[in-house]
Design a protein around this ligand. Structure first.
Ligand code: ACM
Length: 389
């Protein structure tokens, strides 16, 4: 990177402004924008401002692939920050591998993947599914009803959750998939089935606009989240703001970050965020990963004095950051991130009461190679209660 003094460094941003997952993706974009503002206000990358080249992939995996190629080949960016659904990430991976770009992906996902050209900063299954299974089975009972959107993350995430439930002698009551654009009526049919089968909890891998439809159908059917909550890895403050707090209250989410996390870094970050984007802005797990991964990237660029992917990959793995959730680190070997599992219950204010949290960061194990349910009691993964379930 031979830059003249006033040259900026361009990075690509692919988060959807429209389409079925645009609510959460807009929030990932805002996390990115906040970090870029902070980076540029403090001297950029050794004096060069970061400049974003952004497109709207409209929640479509095919558009993601086309726009990733455009960013790398026409806009000449080296690094792309983006993707929410695993189908979007899967569409972008061959493109970054073919043209040697780097994708930084800030969303929880199903794991079982490695690419030299991808850094994952959202939770892997050993950092959210394991904790959720343990919490739900201990707190509510062992009969789980699974409902998900019809694409790769829900299928794979349900496979993992099924294993975790079966390992504990639990039972899968049903496993149902709905199209991403399923209607209110489709959700009502699913909720009738929930009512008939009376599970102990529902494991939802519904994403995007369907999340609100599931919660509305649940409430309309008179079901009680205190007795039979919806448990999720993805339903967060953004979807709660979309559906209204009353529909979400009492339901459970497993994530490394909630807006309510009580750390100095989170307080500082929320203050900066509100100054720029207004008091109504809410944060969430994907927003936070989008925020801290941008800072990790900037720190790596400063260290190597380059946006060259090969150079960045010499320093990004192993790098650490004091994130709103607590200190985090990118694993040296598997390109996933050490994170801090938490279990939250949605409250009447549209926020999460944090019921328990890990005592320290948890090593990412995307292939669940070393995991057993007994890991739970190992010092690295112990969740400590912070409130009564
Ligand atoms: C997801 O599709 N990784 C939420």
């Amino acid at each position: 990177m031979k830059k003249r003094p006033n040259d900026s460094i361009r990075i690509g941003v692919l988060f959807s402004e429209t389409g079925v997952t645009s609510v959460i993706e807009k929030s990932e974009r805002l996390g990115t924008l906040l970090a870029v503002d902070e980076i540029n206000e403090t001297g950029g990358i050794n004096g060069h401002a970061l400049e974003l080249v952004s497109y709207d992939p409209q929640s479509s995996p095919a558009k993601y692939a086309l726009l990733a190629q455009k960013l790398l080949l026409e806009d000449h960016v080296q690094v792309i920050l983006g993707c929410y659904m695993s189908s979007q990430r899967k569409a972008v991976i061959p493109v970054v591998e073919r043209w040697n770009g780097l994708l930084m992906y800030p969303t929880l996902y199903e794991g079982f993947e490695f690419s030299r050209n991808v850094i994952c900063t959202g939770a892997a299954p050993n950092q959210n599914s394991v904790q959720l299974a343990d919490f739900m089975l201990r707190t509510y009972g062992s009969r789980g009803f699974m409902v998900g959107s019809d694409y790769i993350y829900p299928y794979e995430s349900n496979r993992i959750m099924s294993d975790l439930v079966f390992e504990r002698g639990g039972e899968k009551v049903a496993e149902i998939y709905l199209p991403l654009d399923a209607s209110k009526d489709n959700y009502e049919v699913v909720v009738q089935k929930i009512k008939q089968t009376s599970p102990d909890f529902i494991f939802s891998t519904i994403v995007g606009d369907g999340t609100a439809l599931l919660h509305r159908a649940f409430a309309n059917a008179g079901l009680d989240p205190r007795k039979m909550p919806i448990a999720s890895l993805s339903t967060c403050e953004a979807e709660i703001q979309q559906m209204g707090a009353e529909l979400a209250e009492g339901h459970i989410t497993s994530a490394p970050y909630f807006q309510s996390v009580d750390t100095e870094a989170n307080r500082r970050c929320l203050e900066n965020f509100r100054k720029r984007f207004g008091d109504a802005s809410v944060t969430n797990m994907c927003w936070e990963a989008a925020y801290f991964q941008t800072h990790l990237l900037a720190n790596a660029m400063r260290r190597v004095g380059s946006d060259n992917v090969a150079d960045l990959l010499t320093v990004l793995p192993g790098s650490e950051f004091s994130a709103p959730q607590g200190d985090i680190k990118i694993d040296e070997h598997n390109h996933h991130t050490y994170l801090r599992p938490r279990i939250g219950r949605a409250n009447a204010a549209g926020q999460f009461d944090i019921l328990c949290e890990s005592e320290s960061w948890v090593h990412p194990d995307p292939y669940l190679v070393s995991h057993t349910l007994q890991d739970w009691s190992a010092p690295l993964t112990t969740l400590v209660p912070t409130a009564r379930p």
